[in-house]
Design a protein around this ligand. Structure first.
Ligand code: MN
Ligand code: MN
Length: 389
């Protein structure tokens, strides 16, 4: 049984405008025990289909066609009693990508389609996982890939396969010219923020301090304001630092959006965290290009009546490259600096170097996959190292 909901124009702009609507063939549902139904799937729009895996061995297929080599973001959420997996195939049924997290965790795929053409999405229950009561929701977003493919910030990968679709409450991809992030509306903060840093991002603009809510979030989500953190004893701590974006006032102002801010203990923010931010900029003045990713994990309680998590730890990963070389310039010898700092008092005078860990440690702590665009062999070597310079 299925009910189809057609994406609305507003959803396009809430998730960031990814180009004009390109009519494509309908997203067609072929549920093997129900009448086929269709939903209109337009480029730049999210479409959500509600369906059921309501008997053992039930498999639902969704077909779609695209005329441009778009990227597609798919999110599959499900009720607690179901454990469903998601897979994407080309028209010859060659697997392109799949997601099979455990339990009822939502599955996400974000991928640049290899070519225009026909594709197939498959929703399948694990053995014994079906329900005649609960519905899953499958959201599909097709869009112009240029902002992901050409954008500088996600060259090393999308650590949580975040998707720019409003169903992705805990893992919403937000791409700005200045940085990219996965926003978690359930935590009131980013899962991670990623940005490129080189000397071309740095100029003479002085800090604007225009902390404000991020109105690019979907309409009905809570938008954190600076007053939620002011006066709590925590700093409004930047993930992408203000001083990393000083070429012009637009760039600097974007770092003051509250989606880029976490409640950060002053001893952390004004101590080793700030020292590490300075160190990164020093590296770029010596000619390096960095790919930086930062976020928090764990909980030291919350603010604003539960709307904002206070992370227990704040982490950062810095990959040091030769300018302009991107992924191709990363080798076994590439320097990777990872730190894991408690978001707590008593560390103001600590050296940032004393908090160095491996990327493996942060993958374990966060559940994210960093450097995921590097091949597995390279990832495993770089992620196991602890920086010692
Ligand atoms: Mn700071
Ligand atoms: Mn990894």
């Amino acid at each position: 049984m299925n009910r189809i909901k057609i994406g609305l124009l507003s959803i396009c702009c809430l998730g960031g405008c990814f180009g004009c609507a390109e009519p494509v063939e309908p997203l067609t549902l072929h549920d093997n025990n129900n009448t086929p139904q269709t939903a209109t799937l337009l480029s730049g729009f999210a479409s959500t289909v509600k369906g059921q895996i309501d008997q053992p061995d039930d498999v639902d297929y969704y077909k779609f066609q695209t005329k441009n080599p778009n990227y597609v973001s798919v999110s599959l959420s499900m009720p607690d009693e179901l454990n469903l997996d998601l897979a994407l195939y080309d028209s010859l049924l060659h697997g392109i990508d799949s997601s099979s997290l455990g339990g009822h965790a939502a599955e996400h795929l974000v991928i640049q389609l290899p070519s225009p053409g026909r594709f197939l999405l498959k929703v399948k229950g694990l053995p014994g996982s079906y329900s005649t009561a609960g519905f899953y929701r499958l959201s599909v977003f097709l869009g112009d890939s240029s902002r992901i493919a050409d954008g500088p910030h996600l060259q090393l990968g999308n650590p949580t396969r975040a998707a720019p679709i409003t169903d992705s409450l805990a893992n919403f991809l937000l791409i700005k010219d200045q940085y990219a992030m996965s926003y978690n509306s359930l935590l009131g903060e980013a899962n991670w923020v990623a940005w490129q840093l080189n000397s071309s991002w740095q100029g003479e603009t002085t800090r604007l301090n225009d902390f404000r809510s991020d109105t690019s979030l979907p309409l009905f989500w809570y938008r954190v304001s600076q007053n939620d953190i002011l006066g709590t004893g925590y700093d409004r701590g930047h993930l992408c630092p203000s001083a990393d974006r000083t070429t012009n006032s637009t760039d600097n102002s974007e770092t003051f959006l509250m989606t880029n801010i976490v409640p950060q203990h002053p001893d952390n923010n004004q101590g080793p965290w700030s020292e590490l931010e300075n160190y990164c900029r020093e590296l770029t003045l010596e000619g390096a290009e960095l790919f930086v990713t930062a976020g928090g994990y764990g909980s030291n309680g919350n603010l604003a009546g539960g709307k904002i998590r206070i992370p227990a730890n704040i982490w950062k990963i810095i990959v040091v490259t030769e300018p302009g070389t991107g992924l191709a310039g990363i080798s076994l010898k590439t320097r990777v600096v990872a730190v894991d700092m408690p978001n707590a008092g008593g560390i103001r005078n600590s050296d940032w170097r004393s908090f160095r860990v491996s990327v493996d440690h942060l993958e374990e702590a966060t559940g994210f996959d960093f450097l995921s665009n590097l091949d597995e062999a390279l990832q495993s070597v770089l992620e196991a190292k602890v920086d010692g310079l």
